[in-house]
Write a protein that binds this ligand. Structure first.
Ligand code: GAR
Length: 200
């Protein structure tokens, strides 16, 4: 069985979309894959209850309890490793990871970012796209490297930016695409077991 470990910080709607896809598209039968655990850096992350309701192991590693990023990432890696991950999926995980963590999971660490990378890495992507006068926006699924919101692009989806958009309306349109794209990108990764992902 290929083990997927999903890291979240909040509502976990992308995680929920992935959970739905594993069940609807029978990832266990088709790919020999399952979601082994959902891990959050926040105890109050809404997604934890949904994961538990689907019989998925949940873990909390509260970043505030650690003095440094390195100490947090070490504790996080210990929890993640306990689930023997073949793929680690960042789904709205809002912590910057240390190079040590990223290198440990090189080639099996993916992220979703709500912009058309390499445009608008970082925060406030939707407002920045509106302010820049972009006519399209979108979402990117990419492999994680030590540079924030960079790394080989696995999949993208595009949405229009409408004249009366606010950051919130644009975010909603992008999020609907995220829920389609992320499960599809992960399924593609699982299907293509022969793909040799470059290590960084
Ligand atoms: C999503 O829009 C995701 O792309 C974004 O946070 C949101 C989490 O929503 N991630 C980032 O901005 C990472 N840089 P969710 O918790 O409902 O999936």
């Amino acid at each position: 069985m290929k083990n997927i470990v999903i890291l979240i910080s909040g509502g976990g709607s992308n995680m929920a979309a992935i959970v739905r896809a594993t069940e609807r598209d029978r990832w266990a039968e088709r790919f020999g894959a399952r979601i082994a655990a959902v891990v959050s850096n926040k105890a109050e992350a809404g997604g934890l209850a949904l994961a538990a309701a689907h019989g998925i192991a949940t873990e909390i590693v509260p970043h505030k309890e650690f003095p440094t990023r390195e100490a947090f990432d070490e504790a996080l890696a210990k929890v993640v490793d306990a689930h023997s991950p073949d793929l680690v999926v960042l789904a709205g995980f809002m912590r910057i990871l240390t190079p040590g963590f990223v290198e440990r999971y090189a080639g099996r660490l993916v992220n979703i970012h709500p912009s058309l990378l390499p445009a608008f890495p970082g925060l406030n992507t939707h407002q920045r796209a509106i302010d820049a006068g972009c006519k399209v926006a979108g979402v990117t699924v990419h492999q994680v490297t030590t540079e924030l919101d960079h790394g080989p692009i696995l999949a993208q989806a595009v949405v229009p930016v409408l004249p009366d958009d606010t950051a919130a309306t644009l975010a909603g349109r992008v999020l609907a695409q995220e829920h389609q794209l992320y499960p599809r990108a992960i399924a593609g990764w699982l299907a293509d077991t022969s793909r040799h992902i470059r290590k960084f």
